[in-house]
Design a protein around this ligand. Structure first.
Ligand SMILES: *Cc1c(COP(=O)(O)O)cnc(C)c1O
Length: 396
């Protein structure tokens, strides 16, 4: 017997989404999520993955993953604190700490989980968190889970942050204060103003928490946004993901040793959810080792990003003010943005449309994520299609 209440709830809401064109249909890939992808038998230039360095299909990572499966099997078998900690998990964490220039690191099953884990392990209802209004959904949820008071500040607005930090400090209402920001904001590709954030944090005694999911592997010659600014000693929590530039799956918190020791006994996803698989652990370790050995992939990512940006700009598209390879093509009108993305697809380019409520109304965009693995020919093919469809729809 199925619940009638549930049935009514689902039917009403699903129908509502579909009527408003807000129901997201998922296109399954029949190939790896590489520089070219296959959907419905059609081959497309892929400009929508977070696989910035092309590592998701790297032969060196595949090889160590296969060896790990042979040696350790396909699952870790338990949560980290029972007996799911394999030596390769520790090696991964040591490698992350070296990569980030911190005393220690702890790994989780995803970047999303890091924010579920770390914020509520340190903050509680007597504390307050200053949070950039454009912070990632997992930060928002992590803050909620902690029950701390959340004080949102206007996006990268340092005057607003300073005023709100001052008010929070002077109110005397809170035990602890923290400021949280994305390192790189994924919709526009802009970088957090970390030097100013640190200055304000020092003035008002705020802990500093940077989620660098889109900055790691990209900025600071690959080491991330914190390294980009040379601020490793000033950031208390460096959060990252192993699922984007690193090309595998998982996440981590890097910081001082006592923080990591605390998270190992108090962060719930570490205590109550099974560790990542052996193949994931060794593949992520290998990816980070490759990044520390050579900047080749990082250099190629920036070269491709600059090439695509220059091409789109000279065609007359509005590419916003991105400071990273993330290249939005801002169309404006939501319906037109969706039509644009659909026409790109028909002509062989996969670039997803992003519209309200993910971005503000009237700033609908198609977002392009070039990677180190794209060739000039692929990018030229994409630019040719962009020109054709841009003119067809009167966008350029
Ligand atoms: C993508 C992203 C995450 C989630 O990372 P996953 O490893 O995919 O769970 C967390 N924070 C930010 C800022 C992100 O962009």
């Amino acid at each position: 017997m199925s619940s009638e209440t549930l049935q009514t709830f689902l039917q009403t809401n699903l129908q509502d989404l579909k009527e408003h064109g807000l129901y997201n249909e998922i296109d399954p890939l029949e190939s790896a999520n590489g520089q070219m992808i296959t959907i419905n038998g059609k081959t497309l230039v892929n400009l929508s993955s977070n696989n910035y360095l092309g590592l998701a299909t790297d032969e060196r990572l595949k090889q160590v993953a296969k060896e790990a499966i042979e040696h350790y099997g396909v699952g870790a078998g338990a949560v980290r604190t029972i007996n799911g900690t394999l030596d390769i998990h520790l090696k991964l964490e040591q490698t992350i700490a070296k990569f980030k220039g911190t005393e220690a690191a702890i790994s989780y099953q995803s970047g999303f989980n890091c924010n579920m884990a770390a914020i509520s392990a340190v903050m509680d209802k007597n504390d307050a968190i200053l949070s950039d209004e454009l912070n990632h959904a997992s930060i928002i949820d992590g803050c909620r889970l902690s029950r701390a008071t959340v004080i949102r500040f206007n996006h990268s607005d340092m005057e607003d942050l300073r005023a709100k930090a001052k008010a929070a400090k002077e109110s005397g209402k809170y035990n602890k204060l923290m400021v949280i920001t994305d390192g790189v904001f994924s919709m526009d590709g802009d970088i957090a103003k970390l030097p100013e954030i640190i200055e304000i944090a020092e003035e008002f005694d705020l802990m500093v928490y940077v989620d660098d999911a889109h900055g790691s592997g990209v900025l600071g010659k690959g080491a991330g946004t914190v390294k980009h600014f040379g601020l490793q000693d000033k950031v208390d929590f460096q959060i990252g993901t192993l699922s984007k530039a690193i090309g595998v799956v998982g996440g981590y918190v890097a910081g001082r040793r006592d923080l990591i020791d605390w998270l190992k006994v108090r962060s719930r996803p570490f205590l109550f959810s099974t560790a990542v698989t052996p193949a994931d652990a060794v593949a992520a370790t290998k990816a980070i080792e490759l990044l520390m050995e050579s900047t080749e992939l990082n250099d190629r990512l920036w070269e491709n990003g600059d090439y695509l940006k220059k091409g789109l700009k000279s065609l007359g598209f509005n590419i916003g003010d991105s400071e990273t390879p993330i290249t939005p093509c801002i169309v404006g009108d939501e319906k037109l943005t969706q039509t644009f993305s659909k026409r790109l697809f028909e002509e062989g380019v996969y670039a997803k449309s992003i519209v309200f409520p993910t971005v503000p109304k009237g700033t609908g965009r198609v977002r392009n994520m070039p990677t180190a693995a794209h060739t000039k020919e692929m990018l030229d093919q994409a630019l040719t299609v962009y020109e054709k469809i841009g003119k067809e729809l009167g966008i350029i």
